[in-house]
Write a protein that binds this ligand. Structure first.
Ligand code: SF4
Length: 376
């Protein structure tokens, strides 16, 4: 097990997808002819980072990492083996589409020590999947999960989207219960958003879909949290539920402001003082690295930024806002926090112990509003 002082994550972004989901605003492309050059560039990027290369978690995200060929995936995971010390790894996750889970994918994942899968399921209703332009079916989800479990990868997380358009008539309670009975250890739930530039936003503008009201979406979130709790899932972060203590070690690093490397187009990294963001343009990323130039832009965080991050990230988790982290900032920040949070203590939103201030779970749905009131 990695001890607290050696905790550091590695995130690798795979910017390719085989099809476009209608709600997607992520950085991903469909030009698989760039995939081999992209992996070569990753190799160069990994060779350029500093000397300390020990990591406690690895997360391969995207995009759709599983949409690479088995050979490409093997090469990509070999970049991790070659450049990083993963001898103390506590978690190694890869995102996948259920449609891509087959013998080849499972064999490559196993060979490289992957022990956790994050599967983009989103819905178990075939009609909803079709409307979202997801390329898999509900049956494929079951097959993929069975295949992974038979291969010994049983730490499986799935994504679910709630707050779907009104006209997409389906029973949300049935949907949640189907997810719970999948035999998974973790679920991440996201509210559907209508991001500018996505096909869904265009459909909304032209009147082809009607948004669920905020109250209706809040009701679904409430239903979700109740059913998940009945299904023995621990609601440990605003959007995340874990069974049997299988919470996401990697994402927990982000929420606790621990450092992480980030490789690949659009990837971000954090060293405790700076945030680094790589160019999202895949061709430019490849080009820069072929010329041994960094694809990252660095931003030095100010004390205001750090305070806001401590509040925003802490408010999202059951653990809460870390008072020790806040005390490392000038005293005026703790004073500001006390003054701005008084109303929320008085009204029973917050509780606290020696080390943490916690937002009660029943108010997590309005955490954004409270966060904004406390920000400097
Ligand atoms: S698979 Fe994920 S990254 Fe790719 S288009 Fe769909 S939502 Fe976006």
């Amino acid at each position: 097990m990695a001890d607290q002082t050696t905790e550091k994550g590695l995130y690798i972004h795979v910017p390719f997808c085989k099809s476009q989901c209608i709600y997607c605003g992520f950085d991903r492309i469909f030009k698989y002819q760039l995939a081999d050059n992209y992996i070569d560039a990753l190799d160069i990027e990994a060779s350029l980072i500093g000397d300390e290369r020990r990591v406690s978690t690895v997360y391969i995200g995207g995009g759709t990492p599983s949409s690479l060929s088995a050979k490409q995936l093997d090469r990509l995971l070999s970049v991790v083996d070659k450049h990083f010390d993963i001898s103390n790894l506590v978690e190694y996750t890869i995102e996948c589409n259920p449609d891509d889970v087959g013998e080849e994918f499972t064999a490559v994942a196993k060979a490289h020590g992957i022990n956790r899968i994050s599967m983009g399921v989103q819905s178990l209703n075939d009609e909803v999947l079709r409307l979202m332009h997801r390329r898999h079916s509900a049956t494929r989800v079951h097959q993929a999960i069975n295949q992974l479990i038979s291969a010994g990868i049983d730490n499986i997380s799935v994504d679910l989207i709630y707050g779907l358009p009104k006209s997409w008539n389906y029973n949300f309670i049935d949907e949640v219960d189907k997810f719970i009975s999948l035999g998974i250890s973790h679920l991440s739930a996201y509210a559907l958003s209508y991001e500018e530039g996505t096909p869904l936003a265009r459909m909304h503008k032209s009147g082809r879909v009607e948004k669920l009201s905020d109250d209706e979406a809040a009701e679904q979130y409430q239903t979700l949290t109740e059913r998940m709790s009945q299904g023995s899932f621990d609601h440990y972060e605003i959007s995340n539920f874990a069974r049997g203590n299988k919470f996401s070690r990697h994402n927990t690093l982000y929420w606790q402001r621990k450092p992480y490397f980030g490789l690949g187009p659009a990837a971000c990294a954090f060293d405790g003082k700076h945030r680094y963001s790589n160019t999202p343009d895949v061709a430019q990323y490849i080009d820069l690295l072929n010329n041994r130039k960094s694809p990252a832009q660095a931003e030095l965080l100010t004390d205001d930024d750090i305070f806001n991050e401590i509040v925003m990230l802490g408010m999202r988790t059951r653990r809460g806002i870390d008072k020790e982290q806040m005390k490392r900032l000038p005293k005026k920040y703790s004073d500001h926090f006390r003054e701005k949070s008084k109303q929320f203590f008085d009204e029973g939103y917050f509780t606290e112990n020696e080390q943490f201030v916690k937002l009660r779970e029943e108010y997590w749905f309005v955490s954004d509003y409270i966060t904004r009131k406390i920000f400097v």
